[in-house]
Design a protein around this ligand. Structure first.
Ligand code: GAR
Length: 211
């Protein structure tokens, strides 16, 4: 079982879905650490309740020196013998230092069907654009924000009376399905990088129209 760290900034519902999946004995990864950049991240308490070791590296202690912050994070990851990093609502832009240190071993989940709607407020923008299908993406992290080889996606319909909140909730339930699947594909070696694309050999890596 690969040792995985989940990095969070907030409530940690995706973290929760990864911890739950990893409780099954045949899951190919264990969640060995939850690390937050905010001491008050709600997910920390949940992780502790579930018996997962936690760590905090408060980015405010580094006064805008992003690389010094990332060196402190990297040190903790290495000390904990982490093999794969899963960003789950980790709201820090990364520098090339951390991206390169964990190249092909760092995953992120983004609440949109990339390459559409990179960045923040994805659900508001999807509604503004009138798209009829929206969703979530798990991808390897590359130097650009919300960019990198796609491992799994899940799609949901956009309904006429959706608000950003109702759409976010529908997407979030898909996030909770695809992130454990994507992590399992990576941890078991089934997600293989070919040039800049990921081959998984798994027909169910995408989860169309999941509700
Ligand atoms: C999730 O919707 C995740 O996709 C999003 O933040 C939320 C975190 O929720 N991530 C981003 O927007 C990354 N730019 P959670 O803490 O309950 O998992």
């Amino acid at each position: 079982r690969k040792r995985v760290a989940v990095l969070i900034s907030g409530r940690g519902s995706n973290m929760n879905s990864l911890i739950s999946a990893a409780m099954h004995p045949d899951y190919p990864a264990e969640i060995a650490l939850v690390l937050a950049n905010k001491p008050d991240a709600g997910g920390l308490a949940k992780a502790e309740e579930m018996g997962i070791p936690t760590a905090v590296v408060d980015h405010r202690d580094y006064k805008g020196d992003r690389e010094a912050f990332e060196r402190a994070v990297d040190e903790i990851l290495r000390t904990a013998k982490i093999e794969i990093v899963a960003l789950a609502g980790f709201m820090r832009l990364l520098t090339p230092f951390l991206v390169n240190a964990w190249k092909d071993r760092m995953l992120n989940i983004h609440p949109a069907l990339l390459p559409s709607f990179k960045g923040l407020a994805t659900h508001e923008r999807a509604l503004d654009e009138g798209v009829k299908i929206h969703g979530a993406t798990v991808h390897f992290v590359s130097a650009e924000m919300d960019d990198g080889p796609i491992i799994a996606q899940g799609a949901v319909p956009v309904l006429d009376d959706d608000t950003p909140a109702t759409l976010a909730a529908r997407v979030l339930s898909v996030e909770h399905q695809i992130y454990p699947k994507a992590l399992a594909l990576v941890a078991s070696g089934k997600a293989r990088l070919r040039d800049q694309r990921v081959a998984t050999g798994a027909a169910d890596a995408s989860q169309a129209d999941a509700r």
